[in-house]
Design a protein around this ligand. Structure first.
Ligand code: CA
Length: 415
């Protein structure tokens, strides 16, 4: 153990004295920590090897030593980083928990409690209060679970051991060290998810660096314990990604019986007025406030579930987390917080989404039938959806591009 710890110092002999002194001090700490039981030699070696990158990023040796002395990899992070779920949660189950009655009513309380802060945030960034609250609700249930992992430890674990995206994790780790060095949060309080998302609205360190805001003016951009800072940072993030003030994210709509479903391809963009001329209207029967707003028709669970015209702000929310289910939950929760009702159409809950292995089976079947969907990777992407639509058209089905157990059953029957 000892010789392994000393090795890096020997290798750095050629460097100038000052730098060598710093490295020696640094290594001494690891000499101490290395003697401790159960230290992870590979992890310690990674931390030694990473030091030059941190140093050129401007991290001071005392900060680096203080943070990393005695640190071990995060067990949860090691366990979760390779986990790939076979099951895809149906969007209705996701929404049931994401937009629960409890979360809606808590959001309504916070709308009152933080009225002054939200008014000030709206005035400065032009981002609607209910959207900011909804992201807070979605990310951490309004600060009630922000993650109990030390962010530096989680990111160091990923930079050391993640099977993919090494450069990404290294960059996030450097930014995390930079935050500690700047004194914005105490190292001990720098908590977040196993993958390094931090504070009330779960910023990654690079997002913190680019978009966090010191809204209460105490000199620290503290998204962990200062709620005005966290909410203003979220608003600033949304503004920087193109939020359109005073506009909604989207509308639940109904389609006419003769609707041309090839327009619901996740790409076709038309004004609300143009959609209206094709018979698309709001489920509550009211008109669209601005016919000139541009929108995309999205069918999250195909023809048998609720349908939506999505506006620019829906895609801004997706910049926070690039998943349709997430952005829909944020949008719907924001509506509910300011008094809107539940979705009108029912999800067709027997049209379950496919497991990953079933998606791969579907992809192979479509490829065999000549609908080229590319490699059978078990993931539904644009090529797979396009192939499903083409298959549906060829069989006289409604081409909604939705990969459900019903569709796979039909294909298994040889259709
Ligand atoms: Ca502050």
């Amino acid at each position: 153990m000892k010789s392994r710890v000393i090795d890096p110092i020997m290798r750095l002999d050629g460097q100038k004295w000052f730098s060598r002194l710093k490295v020696s001090l640094f290594s001494c700490f690891f000499l101490v920590s290395g003697v401790q039981a159960h230290a992870d030699a590979g992890f310690n070696q990674f931390l030694r090897d990473f030091w030059p990158s941190a140093q050129s990023f401007g991290i001071k040796p005392d900060v680096y030593n203080r943070v990393f002395v005695g640190m071990k990899p995060d067990d949860d992070t090691l366990r979760l980083m390779n986990k790939q779920s076979e099951f895809v949660k149906p969007i209705w189950e996701y929404l049931d928990s994401a937009v629960s009655d409890t979360r809606v009513s808590r959001g309504k309380e916070l709308l009152v409690e933080y009225r002054d802060v939200l008014t000030a945030i709206e005035a400065r960034y032009g981002v609607d209060r209910e959207a900011v609250l909804a992201i807070w609700g979605m990310e951490t249930n309004y600060g009630s679970f922000m993650g109990k992992h030390n962010v530096v430890q989680a990111l160091a674990t990923l930079a050391y051991a993640a099977p993919r995206r090494q450069e990404f994790w290294r960059k996030e780790l450097l930014k995390a060290l930079y935050i500690v060095q700047g004194g914005h949060v105490r190292f001990e309080d720098m908590e977040g998810s196993w993958a390094g998302a931090m504070g009330h609205t779960q910023f990654m360190p690079t997002s913190w660096n680019a978009y966090s805001v010191d809204f209460d003016g105490d000199g620290r951009r503290d998204i962990w314990t200062t709620i005005p800072d966290a909410l203003a940072s979220t608003a600033f993030y949304l503004k920087k990604h193109g939020w359109e003030t005073g506009k909604t994210w989207g509308y639940e709509v109904a389609l006419p019986s003769n609707f041309n479903y090839s327009l619901a391809d996740d790409e076709t963009t038309m004004t609300l007025g143009e959609w209206e001329r094709r018979g698309v209207g709001r489920v509550n029967g009211r008109g669209f406030p601005r016919a000139s707003d541009r929108a995309i028709l999205v069918l999250p669970a195909g023809v048998n579930g609720p349908k939506f015209l999505m506006l620019k702000n829906f895609y801004v929310i997706k910049r926070y987390n690039n998943a349709t289910a997430y952005a829909l939950a944020v949008g719907h929760l924001s509506d509910r917080i300011i008094g809107g009702g539940a979705l009108v159409s029912d999800w067709s809950r027997d049209h379950l989404p496919l497991k990953r292995s079933e998606v791969a089976e579907l992809q192979n079947a479509l490829n065999r039938k000549g609908f080229n969907v590319g490699s059978a990777d078990g993931r539904i992407g644009p090529a797979t959806r396009k192939g499903i639509r083409a298959y549906q058209v060829s069989r006289g089905m409604v081409p909604d591009g939705y990969a459900s157990v019903v569709l796979l059953a039909r294909i298994r029957q040889g259709s």
